[in-house]
Design a protein. Structure first.
Length: 121
């Protein structure tokens, strides 16, 4: 029974890891398609937040708030904000889910939000 539980838990973590990576990649590609300096800076802030919550540097609440406030102080048009909504919501969902995991489970996701490991040109 314990072996089954362990196998299921391992499978679930791998599946979640893959799902989050795919969602994150889609979100990144969607935003980088209109890659200007402001959008890149905003996205880098969100990725940093995601990495910080996965390593336990910040709490789930702090992470969600930081993602929501990532566009503050930038001169974005309504159209820019609309374009970024899907990506922002995906990242918010990811940091929220990561923040709900116990820290030992989160450590399996270290590097998930590392821009250098994502397939973005």
């Amino acid at each position: 029974s314990n072996l089954y539980k362990h196998a299921f838990r391992t499978y679930s973590i791998n599946l979640m890891n893959m799902r989050y990576f795919i969602l994150l990649s889609i979100a990144l590609i969607a935003v980088y398609a209109a890659s200007d300096a402001d959008k890149s800076a905003i996205w880098n802030k969100m990725l940093k937040t995601c990495e910080d919550v996965s390593t336990g540097k910040i709490t789930r609440e702090q992470a969600v708030k930081q993602v929501e406030e990532a566009t503050d102080g930038f001169n974005l048009t309504a159209d820019d904000k609309k374009q970024m909504t899907t990506g922002t919501n995906l990242i918010k969902g990811i940091v929220d889910a990561l923040g709900q995991m116990p820290q030992e489970a989160r450590s399996a996701f270290k590097g998930l939000c590392d821009k250098s490991k994502l397939p973005v040109s």
